[in-house]
Design a binder for this molecule. Structure first.
Ligand SMILES: Nc1nc2c(c(=O)[nH]1)N[C@H]1C(S)=C(S)[C@@H](COP(=O)(O)O)O[C@H]1N2
Ligand SMILES: [Mo]
Length: 330
């Protein structure tokens, strides 16, 4: 058996070579020390055992990492679940600007992904309108496998690529009065037929406290499964907040503002008895019309228990120490 280090070296080079063309060059990939190696990635995904059985030939053959997962994977937050099948995750979507049904992926292809810009402003020292190209150039790409829990009780486990929201926020230098961050998303009636329904408070807006937005788990995703973000999943740029119900993870972001007052978010404006500002996942706080105790996994249909903060409580619970009396879980 060849020394493991050689095999690792070989496969790692191979994976770097296989980085998709839209991703950044090797030199721009974040400090490798932060990331674990291929063997550890496989272990985290629960594939380590299978690999050991398959032995050296399988290792030498290389492509044992699931499609879309590379060695830029950040494993501070192990998913603890199998990845959702890519097709299942990208053909069952919530995107009310397109339609209120789940089958919106074809319709979403009409959303132009370029040119795209994101205006960052409000109570900050360095407002700036970014083009999507500037964003991709500025922030090294990392990958994170996160569990996603929709308030409707379906869930998926997805390899996202992008960068921590905190990095963008730091560059903007929020001022002393900036308590919240408000995200506004694309509202283009030419390509979004759902906007013609005036009963919804368009555009889709979301908000976070500045502390939440600065938390390392809060992620800006520009891709999934190793590819650019598909339009139906929020391409070219969206939020991913894995400890909160999915509606907080706004798609197709065009504006980010630092504000003093708590922003009114889309779903809270529609029905404040059912959807709030915080929307942290909690199996013990039912939605007024259904239980939140379990969730259905896209792809397999398996029903599994829901966990408080979607299983990310060890990281995010301290954010809420001072606001325990508020409606944190709706
Ligand atoms: N702009 C916008 N963002 C959105 C939504 C939406 O309708 N419009 N739906 C939200 C909801 S309810 C969920 S569960 C997730 C779904 O993301 P996905 O389609 O990539 O699974 O997107 C969120 N972001
Ligand atoms: Mo959702």
């Amino acid at each position: 058996m060849a020394p493991e280090t050689d095999i690792d070296k070989g496969t790692r080079i191979m994976w770097i070579k296989r980085r998709p063309g839209w991703a950044l060059s090797e030199s721009q990939v974040t400090d490798e020390a932060v990331y674990l190696r291929r063997r550890e990635i496989l272990k985290t995904l629960g594939l380590g055992g299978a690999l050991a059985v398959a032995g050296r030939n399988a290792l030498a053959a290389g492509p044992a990492l699931p499609p879309g997962v590379s060695t830029a994977l950040n494993l501070r937050y192990p998913p603890g679940r199998a990845l959702t099948d890519e097709k299942a995750a990208t053909t069952y979507n919530n995107y009310y600007e397109i339609a209120t049904i789940k089958d919106v992926w074809r319709g979403a292809q009409a959303i132009p992904q370029r040119p795209w810009s994101i205006a960052v402003g409000g109570l900050c020292g360095k407002p700036k309108t970014w083009t999507i190209e500037d964003v991709l150039k500025q922030f090294p790409v990392e990958e994170r496998i996160y569990r996603h829990r929709c308030v409707e009780a379906w869930a998926m486990t997805v390899p996202w690529s992008g960068f921590p929201l905190a990095k963008l926020i730091d560059l903007a230098e929020p001022g002393p009065d900036a308590a919240y961050v408000r995200f506004t998303t694309l509202a283009n009636p030419k390509v979004m037929p759902g906007l013609s329904d005036p009963t919804f408070p368009w555009p889709y807006v979301e908000g976070l406290t500045l502390a939440e937005a600065r938390h390392d788990l809060a992620f800006v995703a520009t891709g999934m499964y190793g590819k650019p973000m598909p339009p139906q999943d929020g391409g070219p740029i969206r939020l991913v907040l894995p400890w909160k119900y999915g509606f907080k993870s706004a798609k197709a972001i065009v504006k980010i503002e630092f504000v003093k007052q708590r922003p009114m978010n889309f779903w809270q404006a529609i029905n404040p008895d059912e959807y709030g500002f915080w929307a942290n996942v909690n199996p013990d706080v039912p939605h007024p019309r259904w239980s939140q105790k379990t969730e259905r996994l896209l792809g397999t249909g398996e029903i599994v228990p829901t966990r408080i903060y979607n299983g990310y409580g060890q990281f995010v619970a301290p954010l809420y120490a001072g606001v325990k009396h508020q409606a944190l879980f709706m």
